[in-house]
Design a binder for this molecule. Structure first.
Ligand SMILES: [Zn+2]
Length: 103
């Protein structure tokens, strides 16, 4: 019985933690080590955490996260303009010549 618990603790938990962490876009090596330390409890912790959106961009139409290189949103079909200029980071004087261009 102790051997089975040991195998679950040392082999199954780190692999399961790393796999779940990878599917949630989290640091799988770190979660694998944490799975080794916490055992099955590590699986419960990573399973309860939400998906990481780090490094993704948010679609302005449907508010879903997509890859930063995406040209089209996979959720709503919104086309991202790679040359789009946001008003937050541009001087309003520079936008005057752009406002008549219909993109
Ligand atoms: Zn979208």
């Amino acid at each position: 019985m102790g051997v089975i618990i040991g195998i679950i603790w040392v082999i199954v938990s780190p692999i399961a933690c790393a796999t779940v962490a990878s599917s949630k876009r989290r640091f799988s090596l770190g979660w694998g080590i944490l799975g080794l330390l916490l055992g099955p409890f590590g699986i419960l912790v990573i399973a309860a955490l939400p998906m990481s959106h780090e490094g993704l961009k948010k679609c302005e139409k449907c508010a879903e996260y997509v890859q930063p290189e995406a040209i089209v949103c996979k959720h709503c079909g919104n086309q991202f303009n790679s040359n789009s200029v946001t008003r937050e980071n541009v001087d309003p004087k520079k936008l005057e010549w752009i406002k008549d261009i219909n993109l």
